[in-house]
Design a protein around this ligand. Structure first.
Ligand SMILES: *[C@@H]1O[C@H](CO)[C@@H](O)[C@H](O)[C@H]1NC(C)=O
Ligand SMILES: *[C@@H]1O[C@H](CO)[C@@H](O)[C@H](O)[C@H]1NC(C)=O
Ligand SMILES: *[C@@H]1O[C@H](CO)[C@@H](O)[C@H](O)[C@H]1NC(C)=O
Ligand SMILES: *[C@@H]1O[C@H](CO)[C@@H](O)[C@H](O)[C@H]1NC(C)=O
Ligand SMILES: *[C@@H]1O[C@H](CO)[C@@H](O)[C@H](O)[C@H]1NC(C)=O
Ligand SMILES: *[C@@H]1O[C@H](CO)[C@@H](O)[C@H](O)[C@H]1NC(C)=O
Ligand SMILES: *[C@@H]1O[C@H](CO)[C@@H](O)[C@H](O)[C@H]1NC(C)=O
Ligand SMILES: *[C@@H]1O[C@H](CO)[C@@H](O)[C@H](O)[C@H]1NC(C)=O
Ligand SMILES: *[C@@H]1O[C@H](CO)[C@@H](O)[C@H](O)[C@H]1NC(C)=O
Ligand SMILES: *[C@@H]1O[C@H](CO)[C@@H](O)[C@H](O)[C@H]1NC(C)=O
Length: 668
């Protein structure tokens, strides 16, 4: 193969043959780990003229990552002088940006090889340098060989190399280069032709771990929407008001235009007529047609016709709107139908495209050895099977409160993927956004069939923590229940529907200890008290390393959940019919909606949003109703047990709205 010379300097410094034998001034920067996934098959060399977008991830400001937790606690710990002084997005970007020295060193290197004319741009988040190059230019810059790699299952093609080199003095300034060992998709007609029409297999993401909220058809509908004596049969808005001691707002109350409550959905869609039926029969104050503002992400669309309504979306809005009305809701409907419904097995990641849309800097953010979205796990846009536009970056402002009733298990995704994403949740907290996540519906275990037959780890006995729940910088919500014969005036218990009654599969509230994230400082006392006073009867291990031990849970992992709220026998309309649903899917929007109301009161008092609330909650457990009865069975055990104080079943407990409001209003 003959090479064109693209600049005299390049020719002088980087002779073509040096690609195979890099000069002594260079070092291997990344090398493929051949023990990795065998999914991609290496094919032809990439044509030398093919133009590729090159991204050089600059070494992040390491001090920033080390200090990030401290910064978050500074603005969210109740005894901090800076409580509530959230950062602007620009301040967050500047704090995490690489140093000037790094930017200059790398820019100088690229120009010295490719010539001054190469147009290098510095991305919005300041973490990346970007430029276009032909494959041969890139091969010369990095002393690498690029090949096409094809995935038979999804029909996708990427280009990547097995290893690449950079000058020694540059290595410390560069995190990561793409295309490199990590491939990129290139939509050239040449590549596409060869990757068309290959075998595909199904897959599904969405719901918690692919599990939609549980529902059963045609139960008896409560005849009186303000009646509380039937709350052990069906949970209505009136039951929630009684349980958590709040009243609806006046439908004519003046509300802040800046305090809409955000709800994440993917692959599940609400139907307006179902919402109307619910408002009509269960509230007196919400007019038909009340609906969320749609923030459509990468082709996500809603509402749908009643016959296509989804149990998750309907549930989320039927719970949150009655609690916050006339405050509004914002729907983050994420991903085009192709990816939202599983992309035919080509995706396993979740939330990254959503986070991209509410923080443009995340699109190219580099941390924990992962940069930007992961083409092997996340949707890539434009999508030949769906949304034809570019990946949406920073197009929406994050709302003050976001509720997420979706997730997977930690074991489903690489740790670095989860660490990078968790860092983004931290940044949102720094900016004053509260994230609430359902803790999962399979107790201490995972979804049956995920990994082992019962969804548990090692030989099916080790507890399987949920994701993104294990990230310490968001608030996990477990589920409680009003058991038959009990009333809303008695304490609730943790949900356990082990026999699957009335739903089709066993249900207990997700909880346990992360195998990836250590115990955060704000939770340390609560966890050590639990172990000291109510030590679980199971062997354990440390640092997430369960292999080679007989332990069942990680003794020094972040505890899940933080709090709880009702999550069983929730009255809803679905596909035109009255029915009951359950799941921690219900608990998250309930808790989040009450925090949205607290933000409204703080805004009225001239204060900011509460942001990341865990440090306040763990310092003030008295503002929650402690749940002391129940367990969260899974993996052939009874799971953990509820206890006075924090426990890995219902966390610190359910909301006591007046106490929460009073405390948060007293904070600056
Ligand atoms: C509905 O229940 C409330 C509370 O128990 C009661 O005050 C009201 O009279 C009931 N309405 C009807 C129509 O039964
Ligand atoms: C809402 O936010 C905008 C922009 O951030 C600001 O200019 C406006 O004053 C806010 N309105 C209220 C009522 O807080
Ligand atoms: C609101 O919608 C429901 C469900 O379609 C319907 O039964 C009810 O009559 C409507 N109410 C009004 C005031 O239009
Ligand atoms: C509301 O409930 C009544 C029974 O109490 C039922 O007849 C009616 O169809 C319900 N309305 C809707 C919109 O489902
Ligand atoms: C709803 O149904 C109508 C009539 O069948 C159809 O034309 C329309 O495309 C459907 N809308 C959606 C969002 O599926
Ligand atoms: C997924 O693959 C199956 C089998 O090849 C095919 O029938 C189906 O249409 C594909 N779905 C999408 C959304 O591409
Ligand atoms: C435990 O061993 C299995 C099988 O060798 C491996 O797949 C898994 O990653 C290991 N888990 C941990 C936490 O080391
Ligand atoms: C699972 O592994 C543990 C520890 O290696 C062992 O003690 C236990 O008997 C095994 N259980 C099953 C069901 O194989
Ligand atoms: C709704 O109820 C009708 C009438 O009972 C029934 O025919 C239909 O199958 C139900 N739809 C669903 C989705 O359960
Ligand atoms: C405790 O929880 C169990 C289910 O785990 C339930 O059957 C029982 O009624 C609850 N007891 C009280 C006092 O609420």
């Amino acid at each position: 193969m003959r090479f064109l010379l693209f600049s005299l300097l390049a020719a002088a410094v980087e002779p073509v043959v040096s690609r195979a034998v890099p000069p002594a001034s260079h070092v291997v920067h990344e090398k493929r780990d051949f023990t990795g996934s065998g999914r991609w098959t290496k094919r032809d060399r990439v044509a030398p003229h093919l133009k590729v977008p090159v991204r050089i991830g600059l070494a992040q400001n390491k001090k920033a990552l080390e200090r990030a937790q401290e910064w978050l606690l500074d603005v969210s710990h109740p005894s901090s002088e800076k409580y509530g002084q959230h950062w602007s997005q620009e301040e967050v970007i500047d704090a995490f940006a690489p140093t000037e020295d790094t930017v200059t060193a790398v820019q100088d290197w690229i120009s010295s090889v490719l010539g001054e004319k190469t147009k290098i741009t510095h991305t919005d988040n300041k973490a990346w340098l970007a430029f276009d190059a032909s494959t041969q230019e890139l091969e010369s810059l990095l002393h690498a060989e690029y090949h096409e790699h094809h995935d038979e299952a999804s029909g996708k093609a990427i280009i990547s190399c097995d290893q690449y080199h950079v000058p020694k003095h540059i290595s410390e300034h560069v995190d990561y280069i793409t295309p490199g060992v990590k491939g990129i998709h290139v939509y050239s007609s040449e590549l596409r032709k060869r990757s068309e029409s290959r075998g595909r297999h199904g897959g599904h993401r969405g719901g918690h771990g692919g599990q939609p909220p549980k529902h059963r058809p045609a139960p008896m509908m409560p005849q009186n929407s303000s009646e509380l004596s039937t709350c052990d049969v069906a949970i209505t808005p009136a039951c929630l008001q009684a349980l958590y001691h709040f009243e609806p707002l006046s439908p004519h109350a003046e509300v802040s235009p800046n305090n809409s409550m955000g709800i994440f959905e993917e692959g599940d869609f609400y139907a307006q007529q179902d919402l109307n039926s619910f408002f009509t029969n269960f509230t007196s104050y919400i007019p038909n047609g009340t609906h969320p503002t749609l923030d459509s992400i990468d082709g996500g669309q809603a509402p749908v016709n009643t016959s296509d309504a989804g149990g998750e979306s309907n549930l989320d809005f039927m719970l949150s709107i009655p609690i916050i009305y006339p405050q509004t809701t914002t729907l983050y409907q994420t991903d085009d139908l192709y990816y939202a419904e599983g992309g035919n097995g080509s995706t396993g990641g979740i939330f990254n495209t959503f986070l991209d849309a509410i923080d443009g800097s995340y699109c190219t953010y580099s941390a924990y050895g992962e940069t930007g979205d992961d083409p092997g796990l996340d949707p890539t846009y434009p999508d030949p099977n769906g949304y034809q536009g570019q990946l949406m970056c920073g197009v929406y402002k994050p709302t003050n409160v976001i509720s997420i009733s979706y997730g997977e298990q930690e074991q489903d995704l690489p740790a670095y993927y989860q660490e990078r994403q968790c860092n983004e949740f931290l940044k949102l907290g720094l900016q004053g956004t509260s994230i609430f996540v359902a803790s999962g519906d399979t107790g201490v275990g995972g979804i049956p069939g995920d990994g082992t037959a019962n969804g548990c780890l090692r030989n099916g006995t080790v507890f399987s923590p949920t994701q993104p729940n294990s990230c310490p910088w968001l608030t996990n919500v477990g589920a409680t229940k009003v058991y038959p014969g009990r009333t809303v005036f008695e304490p609730e218990s943790a949900v356990v529907d082990l026999a699957g009654h009335p739903y089709s599969s066993a249900f207990s509230s997700g909880g346990g200890f992360s195998n990836i994230f250590p115990i955060p400082s704000y939770q340390a006392d609560a966890i050590s008290t639990y172990f000291a006073d109510y030590n679980p009867p199971y062997p354990y291990y440390y640092n997430g390393q369960y292999n080679g031990t007989d332990g069942l849970y990680n003794r020094n992992g972040r505890g899940i959940p933080d709090v709880a709220a009702n999550g069983d026998n929730i009255a809803v309309y679905l596909e035109g019919n009255f029915t009951l649903e359950g799941g921690t899917s219900a608990s998250s929007p309930i808790f989040a909606a009450l925090v949205n109301r607290i933000n409204e009161e703080r805004i009225k008092a001239g204060k900011g949003s509460v942001g990341f609330i865990n440090p306040v909650l763990y310092q003030h457990p008295e503002i929650l109703n402690d749940i002391v009865n129940g367990t969260n069975p899974g993996c052939g055990t009874d799971g953990f047990s509820c206890a006075p104080g924090w426990d890995p079943v219902t966390g610190l407990g359910t909301p006591n709205y007046p106490k929460m409001l009073k405390l948060f209003l007293s904070l600056p």
